[in-house]
Design a protein around this ligand. Structure first.
Ligand SMILES: C[S@@+](CC[C@H](N)C(=O)[O-])C[C@H]1O[C@@H](n2cnc3c(N)ncnc32)[C@H](O)[C@@H]1O
Ligand code: SF4
Length: 408
């Protein structure tokens, strides 16, 4: 088992290696019919076992980070409690995990510690304890400001509850984000505009607006296969996407990623680590992490066991529930670099850091298809600027198609 105490000590004045930490809480009050996240309706929970196991796996992951980064001088920049529904976590587990992390890593002065929360009144009662535990950013799953929309999405809260939760969150946390889902059947542009204007009017500085997607394995998927129409027409959804960009930009929360909008300096730093191919470790059922080795030439990729009970059993037995631990190929790194990086409005440097290195493998496997790249630039879907490649609004609307062609 890797142990941080065995990792080679870094040079005394070397800058600490920045790292993100993702914690997955896999339980929800009910299962939403559109959701394919690793989330389950919980029965009785053995709280002590969950607390012990989360801390044990975090300990193991700290060892992996130190071993992979060849330093025990690691600084946590962000922690993200995602789910499932982290707002259902017993606050003592949240607190224990943050305290444990503080014993294993140094914390950035401005560390961002986010929790996802469902805006149910019962869960919101816990938010003071979450704040005391160290959470400083709340991401609230509002999803819709229309009661019919909430019912369609099978949500366990009302618009009234959601609005009260948002006000409470804004009074308690330094940073608050809201999630909305759009592109529901029959959703008009006027209705979506009203929702956007209303949610921004609360004073949030960050918004995630997701197009409703029919994910395999969900109830919505079965219903779609049986003939139901559960999303708006694609052309109309594209119009709603453009409208979202216009309204958020006019309100001072411009798009910075395909589905994310924020005021300056309010971007979700934890998620930026994913989009910029940064380093993060993970704890909890089904979570996964990535750490690039210091030579920039290899990336460690690990994934934890998905089933909550299986995860608990594995951690009790081995101190971790790693199901997959592999070294990505340069091609894997290259593909993920563009698949994540082109989601960002700023794009990414045309030459990834691992290609700027003399040990880079033959470039033929590590370049974008030049013909398609030129064609997309001509169309105005891609933009090359200042050594960066980025997708325009029109490009972000057809990103999957472009990536398919660019990465062949
Ligand atoms: C981990 S999920 C949920 C967090 C929290 N449990 C909740 O439901 O609010 C994060 C976000 O993904 C979005 N999401 C999940 N499934 C989706 C789907 N099929 N289509 C569009 N957005 C989806 C929702 O907006 C949700 O808030
Ligand atoms: S959308 Fe959120 S609350 Fe609903 S099942 Fe998925 S993770 Fe749970």
């Amino acid at each position: 088992m890797p142990d941080s105490r065995l990792a080679p000590a870094s040079a005394p004045n070397a800058a600490p290696a920045p790292l993100g930490l993702y914690i997955h809480w896999p339980f929800c009050v009910s299962k939403c019919p559109y959701c394919d996240f690793n989330s389950h309706v919980a029965g009785e929970l053995d709280e002590a076992a969950w607390l012990r196991s989360m801390c044990a796996e975090l300990d193991h992951m700290a060892g992996i980070a130190a071993e992979t980064l060849s330093t025990d001088n690691v600084r946590l920049d962000t922690i993200f409690f995602g789910g499932g529904t982290p707002s259902l976590m017993p606050p003592q587990i949240v607190s224990a995990v943050i305290n444990k992390a503080a014993t294993l890593f140094s914390f950035a002065d401005n560390i961002e510690i986010t929790a996802e929360a469902n805006p149910n009144s019962a869960e919101m009662k816990q938010m003071k304890s979450f704040h005391s535990a160290g959470i400083n950013r709340l991401s609230l799953g509002i999803q819709s400001l229309d009661n019919e929309g909430l019912a369609f999405l099978g949500r366990a809260h009302s618009v009234d509850e959601a609005c009260k939760a948002l006000e409470q969150a804004l009074g308690l946390f330094e940073r608050v984000s809201a999630d909305l889902i759009y592109g529901l059947p029959e959703q008009s542009a006027a209705e979506w505009q009203e929702q956007l204007t209303r949610i921004i009017g609360f004073g949030i500085r960050h918004l995630s607006a997701y197009q409703l997607t029919i994910e395999p394995g969900t109830i919505f998927h079965s219903r779609t296969r049986a003939g139901a129409t559960l999303t708006a027409e694609p052309d109309h959804v594209a119009d709603l996407y453009e409208l979202t960009e216009d309204i958020t930009a006019a309100a001072g929360l411009p798009a910075y990623e395909v589905s994310n909008y924020a005021a300056a300096r309010h971007q979700a730093r934890h998620n930026l680590t994913y989009w910029r191919s940064g380093n993060w470790i993970a704890v909890g059922p089904g979570a996964h992490g990535r750490i690039t080795y210091p030579d920039q030439q290899k990336r460690r990729h690990f994934r934890l066991r998905r089933s909550p009970q299986g995860w608990l059993n594995d951690v009790a037995q081995n101190g971790h529930a790693i199901e997959e631990d592999r070294t990505e190929t340069a091609r894997d790194m290259y593909e993920e670099y563009w698949m994540m990086g082109l989601r960002l409005v700023s794009g990414m440097p045309l030459t990834p850091p691992f290609l700027a290195h003399e040990m880079a493998p033959p470039a033929s496997a590590l370049c974008l298809d030049a013909d398609w790249q030129a064609r997309f630039c001509e169309e105005g879907w891609l933009i090359e600027e200042g050594g960066y490649l980025k997708a325009s609004l029109a490009g972000r609307m057809r990103l999957d198609y472009m990536l398919g062609k660019l990465l062949g």
